[in-house]
Ligand binder design. Structure first.
Ligand code: B16
Ligand code: MG
Length: 213
């Protein structure tokens, strides 16, 4: 894999674990609306955009466009409140060392997150200096599993897709990376990310020597 010149990291589940805050915010909205919502339901929303998540949460319940938009905004307001306290201590173990090693190897780094709050989270984690580019929920129209977000990231790094490795914890993200023609490192169980060329249980387990050759 010596042709690799860039890494594109997903955010939630790879750099930090914001899934718990997404859960608390969706749960609060579901309680407001009298809709049932469990942790298992939340796991289906991993890597899924805000609007697509809300559709899944509503489980077919019919609502007006205005009510839908208001609910999406309300969930986000709850979420933004939860992530106010994010600090460097919220980095997943070992990830900072990986970012440092990639930098020392001269490899470019991008974020490739579905979240429109990605910049706020990166700022809270205080790791902005490691990123040559941030592609987030506002960068492209088609969300994962479409390849658009990762192609946007590669283009902004000035690299070809085949020169990039994507690190993803969501099934939709692994599909997006593969559809973009990139090498994918899946984080999590094989049932979820087994389609990726490499798989590790935790992001800190990534063996860069093995992946980069
Ligand atoms: P927002 P990722 C994703 O982040 C989350 O996994 C997913 O739960 C969330 O709905 C999505 O971002 C959109 O987030 O509402 O903040 O725009 O894994 O792509 O970094
Ligand atoms: Mg993720």
């Amino acid at each position: 894999m010596s042709n690799i010149k860039g890494f594109i990291f997903d955010l939630d589940g790879v750099i930090t674990d914001t899934a718990e805050y997404h859960y608390l915010a969706w749960k609060r909205l579901a309680d407001d609306e009298g809709v049932s919502f469990s942790r298992e339901d939340n796991d289906q929303l991993r890597g899924v955009s805000r609007e697509a998540s809300l559709k899944l949460l509503l489980k077919g319940k019919v609502v007006t466009d205005d009510h839908f938009k208001e609910m999406a905004a309300r969930k986000n307001a709850y979420y933004v409140d939860y992530i106010k306290g994010i600090s460097p201590a919220d980095m997943l173990p070992g990830v900072l060392d990986i970012l440092k090693e990639l930098k020392s190897r001269g490899i470019k780094i991008s974020l490739g997150s579905a979240s429109k709050n990605a910049r706020t989270v990166i700022k809270g984690l205080q790791v902005g200096e490691y990123f040559d580019n941030i592609s987030d929920g506002g960068s492209v129209k088609n969300a994962k599993p479409a390849p658009d977000l990762f192609l946007h990231a590669a283009k902004n790094l000035g690299l070809k897709p085949e020169e990039c490795i994507v690190v993803e914890d969501a099934r939709s993200g692994v599909e997006a990376g593969l559809a973009a023609g990139m090498v994918v490192i899946g984080i999590g169980p094989a049932e979820r990310v087994g389609e990726a060329q490499f798989r590790y249980d935790e992001p800190g387990d990534i063996d860069l020597s093995k992946v980069l050759g």
